[in-house]
Write a protein that binds this ligand. Sequence first.
Ligand code: PLP
Length: 823
Amino acid sequence: MKTYDLSYISGIINAKIIGNANFKITYLSNDTRRIIDGFNTLFFALKTNTNDGHKFVLNAYNNGVRCFVVEYMPDKVAEMPEACFLIVSNSLTALQTLAAAHRRLYNIPVIGITGSNGKTIVKEWLYQLLHKNIEITRSPKSYNSQIGVPLSVWNIDNNTKLCIFEAGISMPNEMTALEKIIQPTIGIFTNIGEAHQQYFESLEQKASEKIKLFAHSDIVIFNRDNKIIKEVVTKTNGLKTFTWGEQEDCDVRILSIHKHSNNTTIHLSINNDHHRFEIPFIDDASIENVLHCLTTCVYLKQDINDTIENIQQLKPVEMRLFWKKAIHNSYLINDSYSNDLNSFKIALDYLYQQRQSDKLTVILSDVTESSSGNEAIYEQVVRLLKETRVNKLIAIGKQIAGFKSLFENEGISTSLYPSTEAFIQVLPGLTFSNENILLKGARRFQFERIANILELQTHETTLEINLTAITHNLKAYKNLLKPATKLMVMVKAYGYGSGDAEVAKLLQFNHVDYLTVAYIDEGIALRKAGITLPIMVLNVEESGYNQLEQYNLEPEIFSFHQLNNFYNYCVQNGIIQQGIHIKLDTGMHRLGFLPEEVVLLGKQIQEQNILFVKSAFTHFAASEDATEDDFTNLQADLFIKSCNTLEMKIGYSFIMHCCNTAGIERHPQFHMDMVRLGVGLYEGNKQLSGGETTIPVGSLKATVAQIKHLKEGDTVGYNRRFKATKPTNVATIRIGYADGLRRSMGNNVGEVFINNHRAPIIGSVCMDMCMIDVTNIPVNVGDAAEIFGMHIPVKEVAQKCQTISYEILTGIGQRVKRVYIEE
Ligand SMILES: *Cc1c(COP(=O)(O)O)cnc(C)c1O
């Protein structure tokens, strides 16, 4: 990596320096969760729609960062005596300017990819096809935004011989900024579709925005059969093209494409040489992606026969990293499709940031393809391992073995194996305990064989929690609020079933104002996980009073009995001030003080003078129901009057709140000081009035344990509820009513989604299993079926069970593994 003097950077971005600028910068960061080597990092405090990086400056400082690009001086400067601030008028522009200046130092081919779909896959596949011959720097994951692109470009260094960067836009006028940073010499325009269409008038307008990425490129590669792209390309003066498609004058001419059950035969000609070959995909998107990659390789003058052979080996792109539960109480991240320094760094970042314990283990193969090891690369590997505080390294391969002393000199406990096979031989005798293991190997090492042994295989039913969807949904709801309205998020019932601590950490990072749990235990779990936000507890019992104080939790108080009890407890324990939240019952008739009790309530609180009202709230009985809007209005009215009375009696004001999810959406006039977001954060598929649609957060998945081939007359399951009327293929999947799949979903009521098809659940659902009809669906043992998630909305499942999404979400069994993914 290149190192810059901070004072030099300051000149590039035209900043005013406050503090001593005598620092060397290697890394850039905008996210305190991803800081590894703080001392050599320049932190950019960026303002986005949902967050303001200036709030994280102190946090970054405490993570070792000393250099900051800011728009104004942050709070608590006195606590950061060694810090150096570069003050600029816009931190994002500064980041982009710096990256563009860095890019200009390198006179090498740079591929820029844009288009509505397939950018990340084309980028990763090109990498898979080309990296053996040439040193490549590429965007990590799908870093293609106004922030992601400069961070990607920063990774170019003196070893880089080719770059592949993707550029994504969601609004007009964004592409010019990205063009200045990437400065692509070769363009790939994948396709044009509906994604992000809300900000564009037409597909043509969006295409002519995207083509701006290639304003200074030597060539643009695209599919000539795509009329819209062809037209914008033609309209752009002086743009040279290299194309594939059916017409005769395409550089790569497609003669035929035949799909079979699990592969596709492609017949094409290049300069009148014919080539016929198979690719291991059958979906249109993959075929298109393959052809973009092939055409690019032809343009780059790669040997066509090698390219075709390598295409057969392309692996589906695993776009996300996530934890799997492994043997011996350990967790595993399996990232074994590539092993280059850049993706190694990303995987280490994830390992460190999402670690579940401090025992970090890395299983690593040879890093480069060349047979002689390159010392400089392994020095970087050692540095990265050190920085992420990895304690244990299992190194596999002949090349990495040559650098044993390098690892041991740094105090990393290292064991060496010449091959994957040799490691697998001894693996059963090794012990791992409570370790967080990263499996990272080049493809030829076949680390998936190690993963199969390490992963816990007993019951593979999982609830996948999409953390990216939570951030998206949170932002979508925030858009419905006035800036001053506070946001409380309900994480009761373990975050509506999705596992509370992970969700709460993300909410804390996104600066919600309050969290609410149902019981004290849930609040304690959050505190133990490092949550510092204020937490309200809905249902506090006497036995828990002492823990309220210990864990800094704030109780809801709903009756005189509870009020007096709690007050007495405080007096006896010398507590002189304690925050509480007053629940008012304005018509729900569940918990709460009635409006006529508020005068007495206020008087007592005022006289007792220990309990401090932080907020008062009520709960609507039917905020989602238009036919009950009169009643909702009445509740709000009673609530406001009661709050006024209470305020007068106690002599100070407090936060007032009454809206749950449906109230936030339907009754903006009642948002008041704060709202309480619940099911809306998790459920998904809701089009909000702000224009955004929410994304489902949880996907419940189970795997196929066995497949049966029935003949006419055979039956399935208890009491023979399903009778085959024709030859039928049945798959048994590992989920039953004990996991939360309702029995009422059996007997053709419910469906699951498997291998791109819906399959009905047949026969009765059993305790741990159920059976599905897969007669016309290609299915193998081990394939995963979705019970609900991206393809089957949880609401549909709820309706089929004659209940509401809340009950389905919170009814998922504790033994179902929660895995967290980020996209
Ligand atoms: C659960 C709960 C909410 C959230 O309700 P949703 O309908 O899930 O948004 C709000 N307020 C109180 C008091 C609750 O118990």
